[in-house]
Design a protein around this ligand. Structure first.
Ligand SMILES: *[C@@H]1O[C@H](CO)[C@@H](O)[C@H](O)[C@H]1NC(C)=O
Ligand SMILES: *[C@@H]1O[C@H](CO)[C@@H](O)[C@H](O)[C@H]1NC(C)=O
Length: 174
């Protein structure tokens, strides 16, 4: 009897796991109709995130992927702050880097507002918040074009852009 209960629980667990995986894959597939969203990045990014992996609804996945984008924003901000502190930046790009730190703070505030608006079901406002946050990585990169120096965080900004695109496109599917 105990054995059968264990087996049943095991399959229940497998089933829940499979549901989450399917939710991620199905949602990323639908979202990838938007050419700015990369399907492989979407699936990989969410399957690596514990909160996204256990989401059971699209709304839950929007909340999880927004939080995931917030972690990335905090992470990239930390990298830029370290570069500034170490003074390991190309000459003349200090002010561009400082601007990026401010942009990440603004993006983080927008992502926090998006979380509140998704929770209360105001998806229109959430869309505006996520669109505002999405500007940060590109605007950060633009700052370096003016200095004619290469940005030390181009890859991070590309990843951050993709991580914010995910909840933005998902919100439009709610
Ligand atoms: C973003 O907001 C979260 C939650 O308020 C906070 O924990 C995190 O430190 C913030 N990150 C940045 C870059 O401000
Ligand atoms: C900054 O300096 C610390 C300590 O000297 C070092 O461990 C770290 O790798 C440096 N980071 C960058 C981004 O230059």
């Amino acid at each position: 009897m105990k054995f059968f209960v264990s087996v049943a629980l095991f399959f229940l667990f497998l089933n829940c796991f499979a549901t989450a995986q399917t939710l991620i894959q199905d949602s990323c597939k639908t979202a990838a109709k938007d050419p700015t969203l990369n399907y492989d990045f979407c699936v990989q990014s969410l399957e690596q995130d514990p909160q996204s992996k256990t989401a059971t609804t699209l709304k839950g996945l929007v909340l999880a992927s927004t939080t995931n984008a917030e972690s990335k924003t905090t992470n990239v901000k930390g990298i830029v702050e370290t570069i500034l502190k170490n003074k390991t930046y190309p000459p003349g790009s200090e002010s561009a880097l400082s601007t990026c730190v401010e942009l990440y703070d603004d993006a983080n505030n927008s992502l926090n507002e998006a979380l509140m608006n998704v929770k209360s079901g105001d998806y229109k406002s959430a869309n505006i918040d996520l669109s505002a946050a999405l500007d940060a990585p590109g605007t950060c990169e633009d700052g370096f074009k003016e200095t004619h120096e290469k940005s030390p965080v181009t890859n991070e900004n590309n990843d951050l852009f993709q991580k914010i695109v995910i909840p933005l496109v998902f919100t439009n599917m709610l």
